[in-house]
Ligand binder design. Structure first.
Ligand SMILES: Cc1ncc(COP(=O)(O)O)c(C=O)c1O
Length: 391
């Protein structure tokens, strides 16, 4: 029997009234594959984020996969060396492994859970990568000033996995708008939800074009008319044949109008949700500051969960189960300690901060339906048992 938690890690942001409206709308529409709702959702998301292009896909993982493949189809990389965060998510790193990149893991910072700047610089010097991928973990920003400086110094492209950090900002700019491309997730429990769904965003028009095509089989259709004509002429392809002509090696990772319909109503709620998440984070910080001291310039913070480092993590987990409070490890911990990584790579890596997070990290619930009192109660139960892990 699954446990019925009183304090869930996350709750759905889709309300019954939205499902009701969706059901009525579906009955009136017979074509539910990618169309005007998706285009509208992409436009509204771009407007929100203040970014030029958004490509809606069926998950945040697919957004990462799309970016990784589109980079190979572009001429933006000099080599296939990519630096990726050890503290991340399986599908932040997996697409790069699947597509034959040479992945080097960077340790995390214990100040913001993003990339450790010293280690990043060391890896850039040693391996001369073409690409850095980062994750903004649980709503917290990486040190973007320093990372952008490193990108410039070593001429490296940047991809931001922003799946946990929608609506968080760094120096008045939304996370996910600093690099060449970024990914977002709209899975259950994320800041907004489209049931399943993700967005790949970019300010680069050419890269957006490649991503739109790679999302849909790699077909020519997504290209601008003039460019398409040139390609057809050069390759001696007839008008008829062009209907099924494929220019890039693509996937089908589109979503549907159903998900976009939900996205359009969800997007209106982002700011309100961010405010509540931020408020809850402040309550946690007040109550549990010694368990994890985040020092970064994320403002506003659209916190995903409250990260803690705890010496007796299993005891806390047991106590929480009794009290029906849900909690999780701090995402992957150290990816190099995950089974899929160890099966492939035998070499032991020195990633001390990520090891600490792997061994001692727990994050506590935060979502839009969580009240101040809920947050205080969770903190109280946590403090009864948890022993601080000092670093
Ligand atoms: C950092 C990060 N990247 C990618 C993903 C994958 O997103 P999705 O579940 O939409 O595939 C997640 C999921 O939680 C995540 O936390």
């Amino acid at each position: 029997m699954p446990i019925k938690f009183k304090h869930k890690l996350a709750e759905d942001t889709i309300e019954k009234s939205e499902i009701f409206k969706l059901s009525k709308w579906i009955l009136k529409n017979d074509k539910l594959t990618l169309g005007s709702k998706t285009k509208n959702f992409q436009k509204k998301f771009s407007n929100f984020l203040k970014i030029k292009n958004s490509i809606f896909v069926n998950s945040g993982s697919s957004a990462n996969l799309l970016i990784a493949q589109s980079l190979l189809e572009s001429d933006y990389l000099n080599n296939k060396v990519v630096i990726a965060p050890a503290l991340s998510w399986s599908t932040t790193v997996s697409p790069f492994i699947q597509l034959g990149y040479d992945v080097k893991l960077c340790d995390c910072s214990l100040e913001n859970l993003g990339l450790d700047i010293n280690h990043l610089e060391h890896l850039c010097k040693k391996y001369r990568p073409s690409l850095i991928v980062l994750v903004h973990v649980l709503g917290h920003s990486n040190d973007m000033d320093k990372i952008l400086k490193i990108c410039k110094k070593y001429k490296v492209r940047l991809v931001e996995d922003t799946c946990e950090s929608l609506a968080s900002k760094y120096n008045s700019k939304y996370l996910g708008t600093f690099g060449l491309a970024s990914s977002f997730s709209f899975y259950y429990g994320h800041h907004i939800s489209t049931i399943e769904g993700g967005m790949a965003c970019t300010n680069d028009k050419n890269f957006a074009k490649i991503m739109a095509s790679v999302r849909s089989h790699g077909w020519l259709r997504e290209l601008q008319e003039s460019e398409k004509r040139k390609i057809l002429k050069k390759n001696k392809i007839s008008e008829f044949q062009s209907k099924f002509s494929f220019y890039y090696s693509g996937f089908n990772i589109r979503s549907t109008e159903i998900n976009s319909f939900l996205g359009l109503s969800q997007i209106k709620k982002i700011k309100k949700i961010c405010k509540i998440r931020n408020r809850n984070f402040k309550v946690y910080k007040n109550e549990l500051n010694e368990y994890f001291t985040v020092r970064c310039k994320t403002k506003p913070l659209s916190s995903f969960g409250y990260a803690t480092l705890t010496r007796n993590r299993d005891k806390v987990y047991e106590h929480f189960l009794k009290k029906k409070i849900e909690c999780r490890p701090i995402i992957s911990g150290n990816i190099a300690k995950q089974i899929f990584w160890k099966k492939k790579y035998k070499k032991k890596l020195e990633l001390p901060n990520s090891d600490l997070v792997h061994k001692f990290g727990i994050y506590l619930p935060n979502h839009a339906n969580q009240t101040v009192n809920d947050t205080k109660l969770i903190s109280k139960e946590f403090k009864k048992i948890a022993k601080v892990k000092l670093v």
